[in-house]
Ligand binder design. Structure first.
Ligand SMILES: [Zn+2]
Ligand SMILES: [Zn+2]
Length: 352
């Protein structure tokens, strides 16, 4: 064999080894293997969707499984369905309806009419609204049963990922908000707490470890929730508030904003920043916002190019196609050569 042939053989062997280790990793993933692996390129994405005064959170797990927590009001269902399809999915693996208020389940019937799903979790809260009854009928018509959301029930529990309910703890409450399913999500060292509209009464009952990097602030930032004690237990670096611009409730309440600011927690708000995406690699967390009038203290340097991680196109920052990139697929860069070497192709419209 000459030198070139030898190198080619070595290259082929290395390729086989890489391929094989990929397979081993994939097999182990679902088998709770304790073998360490590098989470390169495997990211958890948490999209806090801008659904005005309401909640809707779309989660892409590193396994390519998906979770939808709440749906906002009915008028946002088309937006949510196309958002999820734009991220490359046609089905949801897990749906959580935190509690049956219209700003949380209003569009869920419409969404599950469009997208298949495996499992839906709800608490035992019951109302008589037509929205709620329609949701039950749609679930039934799809031939699905409702799984009970309650403290201690886990949806996912593998070596890398935990998705578990930490509330409601009790079976009965006077206030529908306190029935809210509260979820803890962990991916290696990154963690989230999703609180629905849970108020102080429910917060006080939680016994699970709720320390988290990111807190979805309870009840749209209302002073009914996020007590000082609760916030100390969660001790987040980031707080995200889902609420509508100039909403009738005055959410988020000043008292809560001050409580978060006192503790130097970075605040993100859908009413000011639109859809907010947290991208986690198991250690680090990166936050992308649509940021029209970004009021967060983190000043982002203006980048020259925008990457679409789904279509693998590189655009000039001002290109018209940039506006339609889903936040989860949006990355900025100044390094054109590096992007090309990573396989990005120049956009045909703006020709960067
Ligand atoms: Zn609500
Ligand atoms: Zn509510």
């Amino acid at each position: 064999m000459n030198r070139l042939q030898k190198s080619l053989v070595m290259l082929f062997i290395s390729f086989l080894l890489i391929l094989q280790s990929g397979c081993i990793y994939n097999n182990n993933y679902n088998n709770n293997s304790s073998e360490a692996f590098s989470p390169d390129n495997l990211t958890l994405k948490v999209h806090i969707l801008d659904v005005g005064q309401g909640d809707s959170i779309f989660i892409e797990l590193p396994t390519n499984e998906t979770v939808l927590i709440d749906s906002g009001e009915k008028k946002y269902s088309d937006f949510i369905v196309s958002y999820i399809k734009n991220c490359g999915y046609t089905k949801l693996n897990y749906i959580v309806a935190t509690h049956p208020h219209a700003d949380h389940i209003g569009g869920l019937s419409e969404i599950i009419s469009e997208l298949d799903f495996d499992k839906i979790y709800m608490t035992n809260a019951i109302t008589t609204t037509s929205t709620y009854e329609k949701l039950l009928t749609t679930i039934q018509n799809k031939g699905k049963k409702i799984s009970r959301a309650k403290a201690g029930v886990s949806i996912i529990d593998t070596d890398s990922t935990l998705l578990e309910f930490v509330a409601p703890v009790e079976d009965e409450y006077d206030n529908l908000n306190n029935y809210s399913a509260v979820l803890k999500l962990e991916y290696y060292n990154n963690s989230f707490l999703f609180t629905g509209d849970a108020e102080k009464e429910s917060e006080e009952q939680i016994t699970a470890d709720i320390k988290a990097d990111v807190l979805k602030v309870g009840h749209h930032g209302s002073s009914s929730s996020t007590s000082d004690e609760f916030l100390k237990k969660v001790s987040p670096d980031y707080a995200v508030i889902s609420c509508g611009k100039n909403n009738d409730y005055g959410h988020p309440h000043t008292e809560i904003l001050e409580r978060l600011e006192e503790k130097n927690i970075a605040i993100f708000r859908t009413d000011l920043q639109g859809t907010i995406v947290f991208i986690c690699d198991g250690t680090n967390i990166k936050v992308n916002t649509q940021s029209v009038n970004n009021t967060s203290s983190s000043v982002v340097e203006k980048s020259l190019y925008v990457l679409n991680t789904s279509s693998m196109k590189i655009h000039k920052a001002g290109c018209s196609a940039v506006d339609s990139i889903a936040p989860g697929n949006y990355l900025e860069t100044n390094d054109y050569e590096k992007a090309i070497s990573q396989g990005y192709e120049p956009c045909k419209i703006c020709k960067p």
